[in-house]
Design a binder for this molecule. Sequence first.
Ligand SMILES: [Zn+2]
Length: 293
Amino acid sequence: MSIYSIWVLEYAYIPEMPLSALVYGDHNKGTCKLPYAYTLLKSDEHTILIDCGHDDAAYGKFLADRSGVVNFAAPRDVLAEVGMTPEDIDHVIITHAHFDHMGGLALFPNAKFHIQEAELSRWIWAMSLDRRFRWLMRTTDPGDILRCVELARDGRLVSVNGDREDVFPGIDLRIAADTHTPGSQFVVIRNDGRRESEDSFVVTGDLVYRMENLDGGEPADPFYRPVGMGIGSQTNMVFALDAIVEAAGGDHGRVVPPHEARLPERFPSRLTERGLQVIEVALADGATSFVES
Ligand SMILES: [Zn+2]
């Protein structure tokens, strides 16, 4: 039994990202493609996005351009590839507040947004600091933080405080405090609905960029190697990686990092006419594939 179909939907990418930014210590090792993507979970009951990408406008566009992002597609075009519209999304789980994960808040008019309380409050703190601390805010759009507060006023923000089980059937939120960001969270999908699941997937946000973060680049004798970008504790990041692997039942193949360019090698996928990947991680019982012709 599978409750959710799971698709990772690429909406833009950076063609040449320095590996050292993605895998800690990989200096002078060249570049790789860095996809920008969100993840769609679809059950009979719910249509959930994990993260919502950025809007290619205003300061979000400035940050994307500065990062070398190309081939942006809007959510309407990206979701059409799996037969959905932005209006269909009823919940968005925000892994963290960086612009490429939360900049699309305004593009999903019917959604409620779920974010860790520590994530939001610490970004407000970071915004209050003197200019000389602005490195902390380098990939965060203050406009997104303001929109979060507006969503709270409008009854559309769920402020999550720590770990939460079964926020939706079979879906757990796990906080990774003081890691990539102050209140990053990762999402565990127990697709058989069982507490001791034998069919779990973990969507990592930016706690994992590439599989080398899980195995250190030495699969025969693996070790945890944190991502190359973050403002929190590297030690906490290493322990978050262990929690992710444990939640995936020890199987690295069930860890789903949306920024990993090699996901199409692991899951059925399709390249759209726009040159963006649709990756089918799982299909719910009775659901139709959107990658097989
Ligand atoms: Zn990030």
